[in-house]
Ligand binder design. Structure first.
Ligand code: CUA
Length: 229
C-alpha cells in the first residue's frame, strides 16, 4: 500500500540526486508563486468594476509581462543546465560495472576483476519469502562500494531497455549496438531498487534492478568470492 513517503520522490542516495531534488523544489516554488499570483489576479477580476473604454495599448505593462517571465525562465534554466552537465561528468571511477539488458533480465560484468559476470533475474511471485520484495527483488544482486565513484556501462543484447535507479538519479537507455556511460557515487550504504523503464516487451515489468551499496572491505570480499566461482 502506498504510504505518505512512497507518494513522493525517493530519498537521495547520491550527491547529484540530492541536488536534483533541490532543483525540483526550487522549480516547484517558482511554479507555486506564479500559480498563486495569476489565480489571485483572475479571482479579483470577478469582483471589481475596472473598465476603461479608450484602452488601445499599454506599452509599459507589455514590457513587464514579457521580460519578467524571461527572467524567471533564466532562473530555472541556469541551475538546470549546471546539473545537466554535472550529471554527465565522470571523475576517476574506481569500479566499472557493465550492465547488459536482455529480454527479460539484466546481466552484470565487473571487467576490472577476473571472470566476474552473472545474470540477475527477478524472483518469481510464488518463490518469494518474507525477506524478498515482491516484484522488485532479484536472485543475484549487484554490489558497489559506497563513497566511491562508480562508472556504469550500459548496453542491450536484444531490444531497448533502460537501466534505472531513482535514488541515484540514474536512468540510461540500454541500446543494442551502443555502449552508454553514466557515473555516480553513493553516499550511504543500503539496498537500492530500480526497474527497466523502456517498454521492452511482455515481461518489461519483471526485470528489476537491485543494487547493494556496501563498504569497500565487504565489496572486496564479495568480488573475490565471485571471481573464484
Ligand atoms: Cu527491459 Cu523494459
Amino acid at each position: 500500500m502506498a504510504t505518505w513517503k512512497t507518494l513522493t520522490t525517493q530519498d537521495s542516495a547520491s550527491p547529484l540526486m540530492e541536488q536534483l531534488l533541490f532543483f525540483h523544489d526550487h522549480a516547484l516554488m517558482i511554479l507555486l508563486m506564479i500559480t498563486v499570483m495569476v489565480g489571485y489576479i483572475m479571482l479579483t477580476l470577478f469582483f471589481n468594476k475596472f473598465n476603461y473604454r479608450f484602452l488601445l495599448e499599454g506599452q509599459t505593462i507589455e514590457m513587464i509581462w514579457t521580460i519578467l517571465p524571461a527572467i524567471i525562465l533564466i532562473f530555472i534554466a541556469m541551475p538546470s543546465l549546471q546539473l545537466l552537465y554535472l550529471l554527465d561528468e565522470v571523475n576517476n571511477p574506481i569500479v566499472t560495472v557493465k550492465s547488459i539488458g536482455h529480454q527479460w533480465y539484466w546481466s552484470y560484468e565487473y571487467n576490472d576483476f577476473k571472470k566476474v559476470e552473472f545474470d540477475s533475474f527477478m524472483i518469481p511471485k510464488n518463490e518469494t519469502s518474507e525477506i524478498n520484495f515482491r516484484l522488485l527483488d532479484v536472485d543475484n544482486r549487484m554490489a558497489v562500494p559506497y563513497n566511491s565513484q562508480i562508472r556504469m556501462l550500459v548496453t542491450a543484447a536484444d531490444v531497448l531497455h533502460s537501466w534505472t535507479i531513482p535514488a541515484l538519479s540514474v536512468k540510461i537507455d540500454a541500446t543494442p549496438g551502443r555502449l552508454n556511460q553514466v557515473s555516480f557515487m553513493l553516499n550511504r550504504t543500503g539496498i537500492f531498487f530500480g526497474q527497466c523503464s523502456e517498454i521492452c516487451g511482455a515481461n518489461h515489468s519483471f526485470m528489476p534492478i537491485v543494487m547493494e551499496s556496501i563498504s569497500i572491505d565487504y565489496f572486496m570480499k564479495w568480488i573475490s568470492k565471485m571471481s573464484e566461482i
